[in-house]
Design a protein around this ligand. Structure first.
Ligand SMILES: Cc1ncc(COP(=O)(O)O)c(C=O)c1O
Length: 423
């Protein structure tokens, strides 16, 4: 029977071996690997300055501060977004200002940018959503015209390129996330990136003032990672998690989503364990993952391209912009009856995740934002579901999954069936 878990975290190479060695040599918290990791990433970003810290959202606050952007500045960003981003901005005293997105690319819609920036605006965040590079040229031109800094949110997009240039090197600053669900898994973490020398000096000082996580907390994370890696192996997942999730679906629940969802309440600041420098141990995981990284990205692209080729005629799938080499984190499909679609797939062995993104302008936490409503973001947030593209997916799984998705799309959406019939 087909079993496709929605996610397999990128495997951490040498998890137990590397941890044991670091513990024995006393280099769990501090050691040379952090600098090596930062240098290795910087070399891949055309020499930008990089600081490795406890999370992507902390990296964002550090980048803004390094660029001299302080609360209560207004920060312009896409409405269809990870709620944790405007949330930490707001909690830090910034004013998020939302712009609607495009339904095809899911990027901030250049046509929805206001003729004049909102009062107090100092930065535009350009999000490379789900690893698909945004059209930075057009969006950054608006920001430059109005004197705003450009910060790339490349949390989803490590390794993606636009017109041959690495994302994360296209603005004044950038962030990447090294969380469990991302391409490069260091058991949580983030990279702050800036270009100008004075900003680099400030970033380095801010990052160095952060404490490294404690050894106990690190070992707990390593243990948890072992459990997740084992639990998402298809055999075990099919035997244990799938029946439980099918049962929960009958009651309209998705326990996996509930387990990992961010707090969306008004002032959810950065959780305490994330307010850290990246530990030497975690940086070592990052370094160890770099040699195989390009191959993992290639696999993700292969999966996404194959799914787009087979399903693009019947499903609305996220479309890359011209010149983009995406680092697909997920492939987003927009479906009308999302719950019905996911339940029908799960019954046939394909586990999917509804989008983690929200129409942030519609969240109660941002009721005070002065930006106009963003109807496309709302439509997308209600319909978006992820098709898996992780590197560990086999070709056989992918093709079998595509068969099931085609069947279900035709059976559950009269609109799709009609479109097909007419073709
Ligand atoms: C678009 C986006 N930006 C930033 C972040 C923050 O990254 P982190 O979870 O490492 O803080 C996330 C988290 O998933 C995200 O999805």
């Amino acid at each position: 029977m087909l079993v496709v878990p929605r996610k397999r975290p990128a495997a951490v190479s040498g998890l137990a071996r590397h941890t044991a060695r670091s513990a024995l040599t006393g280099t769990l918290r501090q050691g040379p690997d952090r600098q090596r990791f930062e240098d290795a990433v910087a070399a891949r970003l055309d020499g930008a300055s990089v600081a490795a810290v406890g999370s992507g959202r902390l990296a964002l606050l550090l980048v803004l501060e390094s660029l001299g952007i302080r609360p209560p500045a207004t920060i312009v960003l896409a409405a269809y977004n990870a709620s944790c981003v405007p949330n930490v901005l707001q909690a830090a005293g910034f004013r998020p200002w939302f712009v609607d997105v495009r339904e095809d690319t899911l990027h901030l819609d250049a046509d929805a940018l206001p003729a004049a920036p909102p009062p107090g605006a100092e930065a535009l965040i350009i999000t490379h959503i789900e690893g698909s590079p945004a059209p930075v040229g057009t969006l950054a031109a608006w920001a430059r015209r109005h004197g705003l800094a450009v910060v790339e949110d490349a949390a989803h997009a490590l390794g993606a390129r636009l017109d041959g240039r690495p994302v994360g090197s296209l603005g004044d600053g950038a962030i990447f996330s090294l969380g469990r669900g991302k391409h490069l898994n260091t058991l949580g973490g983030g990279l702050a990136v800036v270009r100008a020398p004075d900003a680099a000096e400030r970033l380095s000082a801010l990052a160095d003032a952060l404490p490294a996580p404690g050894a106990g907390a690190l070992l707990k994370q390593v243990l948890l990672e072992g459990v997740i890696e084992t639990g998402t192996a298809p055999a075990l997942f099919g035997a244990l998690a799938m029946p439980a999730m099918r049962l929960a679906r009958r009651f309209g629940r998705d326990p996996m989503t509930a387990l990992f969802e961010d707090d969306k309440s008004a002032l959810a600041a950065i959780p305490e364990p994330m307010r850290r420098r990246l530990s030497n141990l975690q940086a070592g995981f990052g370094l160890a993952a770099l040699p195989a990284f390009a191959e993992a990205l290639r696999r993700r692209r292969e999966h996404a391209d194959a799914l787009r080729a087979r399903l693009g005629g019947v499903l609305s799938l996220q479309t890359p912009v011209a010149g983009a080499e995406p680092a697909w984190l997920e492939l987003t499909a927009l479906v009308d009856d999302r719950d019905g679609f996911q339940a029908a797939l799960l019954a046939r062995g394909v586990d999917t995740q509804r989008t983690w993104m929200d129409a942030c302008d519609a969240l109660p936490a941002f009721a005070g934002a002065a930006s106009p409503p963003c109807p496309t973001a709302r439509r997308v947030a209600e319909r978006a579901v992820y098709l898996p593209t992780y590197a560990a997916l086999t070709d056989a799984q992918r093709e079998a999954m595509a068969d099931v998705v085609l069947d279900v799309a035709l059976a559950t959406s009269p609109r799709v069936a009609r479109r097909r019939g007419a073709a």
